[in-house]
Design a binder for this molecule. Structure first.
Ligand SMILES: NC(=O)c1ccc[n+]([C@@H]2O[C@H](COP(=O)([O-])OP(=O)(O)OC[C@H]3O[C@@H](n4cnc5c(N)ncnc54)[C@H](OP(=O)(O)O)[C@@H]3O)[C@@H](O)[C@H]2O)c1
Length: 302
């Protein structure tokens, strides 16, 4: 197949381009600045900005499938403000959908996020929910993925946790009790590539979680354990959050606003993990402790 991966130079995009290329597809990565040396050899590059329709329309012509992985990280407040989430995630998706329809692209795989909700409590979650609506209302053969946090080589989750929780004592909203189901990028891209290839996934929305549920405090301890360090997580009083305190005040230089603070208090787990739609069981998936080279028992993970 001839496949366009919008956002193909990003963290998940680079791994997906490699997976699709290994499966003998013709792969093109679209991004604003695709001169990315970490793209696997043989992957073509295309320049475009999903917020500007005319800059991307041509890239969809002649493709059999498109994957939309364009992202603005929810971990930090974007330059231009949180309204940028609507422009990039919702309007950008609408533009990709229109470009795919106009070009006659058959398959469209949309990367959303666990908890995506058009009426949700953060700009990121709302934009993701509204983007899903554009995809569902389209004439495309679509599949939507909603993963929990994704970890792996080149990802931000581990480095972000490290920044948030330095060794020693780390103050976190709610004492770091927010729950995640981290999934390894190499497991996720197998599912994404299967969804591109197999019509059985058309019209499906998949919640995807990793093999175990971890609190942010668990992740912080694992990340420190991997470096032979320890961390004690202490709660930031919720009352302070209520009067508008943000973690930016605790971590000078980190662009952290109320949205980011709020999202750190939202559980990011699913009771309906859809990994079985791709023939996976939880035992098949890479755990975060294994990736970090730390044993589950040693790190106190349940
Ligand atoms: N990583 C996670 O833990 C996680 C969890 C759940 C869902 N997701 C979702 O998975 C997808 C991929 O995430 P990721 O972590 O791989 O993101 P990422 O590493 O930040 O990559 C973002 C990609 O989008 C491109 N991009 C950004 N703005 C663009 C624009 N206006 N026009 C065209 N391209 C643009 C970037 O390249 P340029 O900057 O050069 O344009 C890059 O290729 C996103 O939809 C994200 O919301 C990620």
């Amino acid at each position: 197949m001839d496949i366009l991966v919008a956002g193909g130079t990003g963290f998940i995009g680079r791994h997906l381009c490699a997976e699709l290329h290994d499966r003998d597809h013709d792969v093109t990565a679209l991004a604003r600045d695709p001169d990315n040396e970490t793209l696997p050899g043989g992957v073509e590059r295309s320049v475009g900005n999903v917020t500007a329709y005319d800059s991307i329309a041509g890239a969809f012509v002649g493709r059999d499938a498109a994957v939309n992985l364009v992202a603005l990280s929810p971990l930090f407040e974007p330059g231009g403000g949180n309204e940028m989430h609507d422009r990039v995630h919702r309007q950008g998706t609408a533009n990709c959908v229109e470009a795919a329809e106009t070009a006659g692209v058959d398959r469209f795989v949309q990367m959303s996020a666990l908890g995506a909700d058009a009426e949700g409590s953060t700009h990121y979650i709302r934009a993701k929910g509204r983007a899903e609506e554009h995809v569902r209302e389209s004439a495309l053969d679509w599949t939507i993925f909603r993963p929990s946090v994704v970890f792996g080589d080149g990802g931000q989750f581990i480095s972000f946790t490290r920044t948030l929780t330095p060794p020693g004592v780390a103050p976190l909203p709610g004492g770091g009790r927010t729950r995640f189901q981290p999934v390894h990028v190499e497991d996720l891209v197998v599912m994404l590539a299967d969804a591109v290839e197999d019509d059985a996934h058309v019209g499906e929305t998949y919640d995807i979680g990793g093999p175990s549920t971890l609190t942010l405090a668990d992740v912080a301890r694992l990340v420190r354990e991997a470096r032979g360090e320890t961390v004690r997580v202490v709660p930031v009083p919720m009352a302070l959050a209520g009067v508008g305190m943000t973690i930016g005040g605790l971590l000078p230089g980190v662009p952290f606003g109320p949205d980011q603070y709020r999202s750190l208090q939202l559980d990011n787990t699913t009771d309906d993990n859809d990994i079985d739609a791709f023939g996976f069981e939880t035992a098949d998936l890479t755990t975060l402790p294994t990736y970090l080279g730390v044993s589950d028992r040693q790190a106190g993970v349940v």
